[in-house]
Design a protein around this ligand. Structure first.
Ligand SMILES: [Zn+2]
Length: 204
């Protein structure tokens, strides 16, 4: 029996991935500019997609990565090709120990399976305070110099930086700048959700 990927309710045969109740709570986004960098943003961090992200991130529901990856690929105006490389925003070793997995790596890996692009960890992240607890204005400073580029042999195609949620874009901007310093010019950041803090606080 097919079930809605948002809420698990039973679906009519051949009627898409969502039930009618979830379908009206999906908010597609498009492209956002962060620090001069163009970022593909699949959806607003709201409604059903937000709930799925939170379940993946904090509820241990790893299987949702595949569903979210397919949703994002359907929503982004460009997607990785087989010549491209996809890589996740890395988490610190401490965070990885606590959570057991990096949701961005699960998403990047699912995107690699769907598109044929190569999955590679391009970066290592130093420890330190998570961006979640840092106010917007301090995020760029908090994240500066946190990423190290691993030796990379691939020299063709685009490099797709994959993350679950972009808020201020400070992490993405820092990674693109770090990679640019290391000689990577073709970096395309793409996230499942764009989180607009003011709107979300009203909705709550
Ligand atoms: Zn549903």
């Amino acid at each position: 029996m097919r079930r809605c990927i948002g809420c698990g309710s039973r679906l009519e045969p051949g009627k898409g991935r969502f039930c009618p109740w979830c379908l009206v709570r999906i908010y597609p986004d498009g492209v956002r500019i962060a620090g001069g960098v163009s970022v593909l943003t699949g959806f607003l961090h709201s409604g059903v997609v937000r709930e799925m992200i939170l379940r993946l991130k904090f509820g241990g529901e790893r299987h949702l990565a595949g569903h979210l990856a397919r949703l994002a690929l359907d929503s982004w105006e460009n997607i990785p090709s087989r010549e491209d490389t996809v890589f996740p925003v890395p988490v610190s070793a401490g965070r990885l120990r606590d959570r057991g997995y990096n949701q961005s790596a699960l998403l990047a890996s699912a995107i690699s399976r769907e598109t044929g692009a190569v999955f590679k960890d391009l970066l290592v992240r130093a420890g330190g305070e998570s961006q979640i607890r840092v106010p917007g204005s301090g995020r760029r400073e908090n994240i500066r110099g946190k990423f190290t580029v691993l030796p990379e042999t691939v020299s063709h195609g685009r490099f797709w930086l994959i993350d679950d949620v972009m808020t201020t874009g400070a992490t993405i901007t820092e990674i693109v700048s770090t990679l640019s310093d290391a000689g990577f010019t073709q970096v395309q950041p793409a996230v499942v959700c764009f989180r607009k803090i003011e709107v979300e606080s009203i909705v709550r």
